[in-house]
Each structure stands twice: as C-alpha cells, then as structure tokens.
Design a protein. Structure first.
Ligand code: SF4
Length: 220
C-alpha cells in the first residue's frame, strides 16, 4: 500500500472513530482522539486512553505528560512528527478511570488497523495498561521494561508512562530516555539487517514468544 493510501485509510478510520458509538465512552467524550504523528513512522507509541486535555484538544499526549514526552523525544533526536502516537481506546474514560474490557474489545479494531497500516518497527507501550494488554501479561511495567519483546514481526519495548515520571521525578525520566534510546537503536539495527528482537539489554522477562498476541486476540 502506498504512503498516500495509508494516510487515506487512517483518515477514514479517524472519521469512523469520531462518530463511533460502539461503547459507552461515546456518551461522555468531547471528541474521539485517534492519533498524532507520521503514518510511516518506525516507532509507534501506545498509551491507555485520552485524558482531560486530550479529550478537549483532540490529540493524544498533550498537557504536561505530553510536553514531557516531546522533550524526551527531542533528547534522543526525534520529534512528534517522526513517530506515531495512539491509545488503546479512542475516547476518554470518565474521571480517567481504566478502560473496561468491553470498551477495549469494541475499540481494538481501530488499534489493529493503525498498527497494520503504520507498520512500525518498534511499538513502545507506555505504562502498565497498554504493556499488559499487548504482551498479555500480568507482570507490571517495572519488571517488563528494559527488554525487547518480539511481537508480530516487529518488537514491543515497554516503558513508563510520562505521567508517572512527572510524579516520580528525574530518575524515571532518565529511564524513559534510556528506553527511547533503545528503541532508536533497535530501529537502526533493523535497517542494518540484524534482528532487533535479539537484544535483551537487561535480560529478564518471560519468553515473549509464549505470550504472543494470538492470545490477546488483537489480530484475531
Ligand atoms: S472508545 Fe472506541 S469503541 Fe468506544 S466509542 Fe470511542 S471509538 Fe468507539
């Protein structure tokens, strides 16, 4: 599919999301928040769902957490225009509660199409929620991060959510920056022809192949 075709299809999906009423989150949203960034990005970020500012502005990762993400991206030589940013659910859960299983189920076809169309080398899950969902694991982000997980002919690199770093302070920001550097290196290695999935900087983690997303049903 050409770049123009990808952008056209993503724009169609964004329109679909904007009028979607497939789950109860449509009743309380200001607007759906589909994505931001490049449709040909090598790195895709997946958060949980829109928050207050995202719901108001229609873009993912705005507000203080978004500004921190922008700053960290700049520090590793990237900008938002270089990456693709989306969430598990496209509409804000009231009071920023976790999305419920039926809401995720209703919304997951959008995320599946986004991943297939953008076709990134690296998917970075930010925070516990998207990490547990994509890797189909109950293990928290503190233990899952630091490892490159093979995932549907690409890799998942989990990292902390920028909002958590705002609460925790500089050490967690340094950790996220390190994970971003790992993602950049992984993309570069992929371009050079080596397998990015072979790198496991901290060791640890369960066998990612055993947790593949057939179980998650994301591509089922
Ligand atoms: S969260 Fe997803 S499934 Fe639910 S109304 Fe919004 S776009 Fe539709």
């Amino acid at each position: 599919m050409s770049e123009v075709d990808v952008e056209t299809r993503l724009a169609e999906l964004a329109v679909d999301a904007s009028v979607c009423t497939a789950c109860r989150l449509s009743e309380t949203r200001t607007q759906a928040v589909f994505a931001d960034g490049s449709s040909v990005a090598d790195i895709m970020f997946i958060g949980e769902g829109p928050g207050f500012y995202e719901d108001r502005e229609g873009l993912p990762f705005v507000g203080k957490a978004g500004m921190l993400l922008n700053r960290l991206l700049r520090q590793v030589g990237l900008s938002r225009a270089d990456v693709y940013i989306a969430n598990v659910v496209k509409c804000r859960p009231p009071g920023n509660r976790d999305p419920r299983p039926d809401e995720i189920e209703a919304c997951k076809h959008f995320l599946v199409e986004q991943i297939k169309l953008v076709d990134p080398v690296v998917v970075m899950t930010m925070g516990n929620f998207s990490t547990k969902l994509l890797l189909n694991t109950a293990t928290g982000i503190t233990r899952t991060r630091g490892t490159v997980y093979p995932w549907w002919n690409r890799v998942v690199i989990p990292t902390f959510h920028p909002a958590a770093a705002l609460r925790s302070g500089p050490a967690m920001m340094d950790t996220i920056r390190g994970d971003l550097e790992l993602a950049v290196r992984t993309v570069r290695q992929g371009m050079e022809g080596s397998s990015p999935a072979e790198e496991e900087p901290d060791g640890g983690g369960d066998d990612p192949v055993g947790q593949q997303p057939e179980q998650l049903g994301l591509f089922g």
